[in-house]
Design a protein around this ligand. Sequence first.
Ligand code: ATP
Ligand code: MG
Length: 112
Amino acid sequence: MKKIEIITRPEKLEEIKAIVEKLGQYSMTVSMVSGCGLQKGRKEVYRGVEVSINLLPKVKIEMVVGADKVDMIIDNVCKVAQTGEVGDGKIFVYNIEEVVRIRTGEKGTVAI
Ligand SMILES: Nc1ncnc2c1ncn2[C@@H]1O[C@H](COP(=O)(O)OP(=O)(O)OP(=O)(O)O)[C@@H](O)[C@H]1O
Ligand SMILES: [Mg+2]
């Protein structure tokens, strides 16, 4: 089991939801987050303290899936989320130790 964590432009959320639904992936956790990547960008001096001012709004989409689905989901998400401009985002993949469906007590892949 793997967790796919996608951090990308908020305006891509609906398209990403639609494409993963087509792939049979219905479960996800979505958060609105702030972040910055390589272009941590310009810093300004504010009252003598150097502050970073470029935390941009991003959306974080987390999905726990069977390991066999990871490549297919990543390929399709990249297709809809890629603009080619900086800030398109990143996808992180984590190993997942265990999943428990609280309602039934089921564990492992059947609980995904
Ligand atoms: N190494 C990282 N660790 C944690 N979060 C990251 C990391 N890289 C990117 N992010 C998150 O992803 C968002 C988008 O990153 P971004 O696409 O700007 O990455 P980048 O490495 O700067 O690539 P690009 O040059 O295409 O902009 C960031 O705002 C941040 O929330
Ligand atoms: Mg960037």
